[in-house]
Design a protein around this ligand. Structure first.
Ligand code: BDR
Ligand code: CA
Length: 324
């Protein structure tokens, strides 16, 4: 059983990440923490609670950072709509928000569990995770790892160089990638392979019921913005990849790498620079990182799309049957 804290900014694909975490018998969802990203933190928190209501789950949900560590705030309302989760009906919360700040929920939860048992899963800007590592540095040794959605190998989605989650708080991403823990990164080159094809949508439709409707409404809305603004054939289910990998790592091919973040590029702020061990690995990055190459991180490169889709359909079926 993988114990996880899902740090998110729901967000359409965030809601599908929550779906997999809520439904899987392989995952123990210790908490959901929210952050400013796709919308401000008030909206993402409300959307997290609404998503829990649809799925019929109750877990600690804590509101987190309302601003990036250093950078100016960037939101993605043009992708996710005026609510941050436009499309589906958003029901009222069925339980109260945790009273703690997200950073405290993360620190308390990691420190109160056995070392090496809790995985942090940031799928929004990494602000809360960076602040937690600064507030209680012992969490860096204590977690099992960090599995994140963020970054890109070839091309960004908010600038030519940068992916949204990293661009929205590059200094937080820099802290997370330089901390002495192992990060598994699901960047755009991978998550653009994780699309909600018409075949997947038909399989979810066949399940029927409110969870199926919620998921289909999510994809209906995001199809218009992903298709229009990002030129994807079908909605990308970015964030769910991280949870899928914790349920069944064999769905993904990965490579060891050293990954750095550009925090002050002229045109490249928020770019992730990946140095792959298999390709020989550059001996140094230059600048202050010279001669300190460390291939401890992992980058996901390929998905088994059929098995990823099976997992999504299975999750909708399980929650529909009340098995969350
Ligand atoms: C990431 O940015 C957000 O819009 C999505 O939820 C995902 O986490 C993709 O770049
Ligand atoms: Ca997200």
């Amino acid at each position: 059983m993988e114990k996880i804290i899902l740090d998110c900014d729901p967000g359409h694909d965030d809601a599908i990440a929550i779906l997999l975490a809520a439904a899987s018998p392989a995952i123990e969802l210790l908490g959901i923490t929210t952050v400013s990203g796709n919308h401000d933190v008030d909206h993402t928190t409300r959307n997290a609670l609404a998503t829990c209501a649809v799925y019929g789950i109750e877990v600690p949900v804590a509101r987190g950072a309302s601003r990036p560590v250093v950078a100016d705030q960037v939101l993605a309302i043009e992708i996710h709509g005026e609510t941050g989760l436009d499309g589906p009906v958003l029901p009222p919360a069925t339980f109260d928000l945790d009273e703690r700040h997200a950073v405290d929920l993360i620190v308390d939860t990691v420190m109160s569990h056995e070392p090496g048992t809790v995985t942090l899963v940031p799928v929004g800007p990494f602000t809360n995770i960076a602040l937690a590592a600064r507030k209680e540095p012992r969490i860096v040794d204590r977690v099992k790892g960090v599995v994140c959605m963020g970054g890109a190998l070839t091309r960004g989605n908010i600038t030519p160089a940068a992916e949204f989650n990293v661009y929205a708080d590059p200094h937080a991403a820099d802290i997370v990638l330089r901390a002495d823990w192992e990060v598994t990164m699901f960047g755009l080159d991978l998550t653009h392979q994780a699309q909600a094809t018409p075949e997947l949508q038909e399989r979810v439709r066949a399940v029927g019921g409110p969870v199926s409707t919620f998921v289909l409404d999510i994809w209906d809305f995001i199809d218009t913005t992903h298709g229009g603004l990002l030129q994807l054939a079908h909605p990308a289910i970015h964030d769910a990849c991280c949870v899928a990998a914790l349920i069944d790592p064999t769905i993904f091919a990965t490579e060891k790498a050293d990954v750095r973040v550009e925090v002050a590029g002229r045109w490249t702020t928020g770019m992730t620079v990946c140095n792959f061990e298999r390709m020989g690995g550059m001996r140094h990055f230059g600048g202050t990182a010279r001669d300190q190459v460390d291939f401890r991180h992992t980058v996901a490169t390929e998905i088994d799309h059929d098995r990823f889709c099976d997992l999504i359909v299975d999750s909708v079926q399980r929650l529909t049957a009340g098995l969350g």
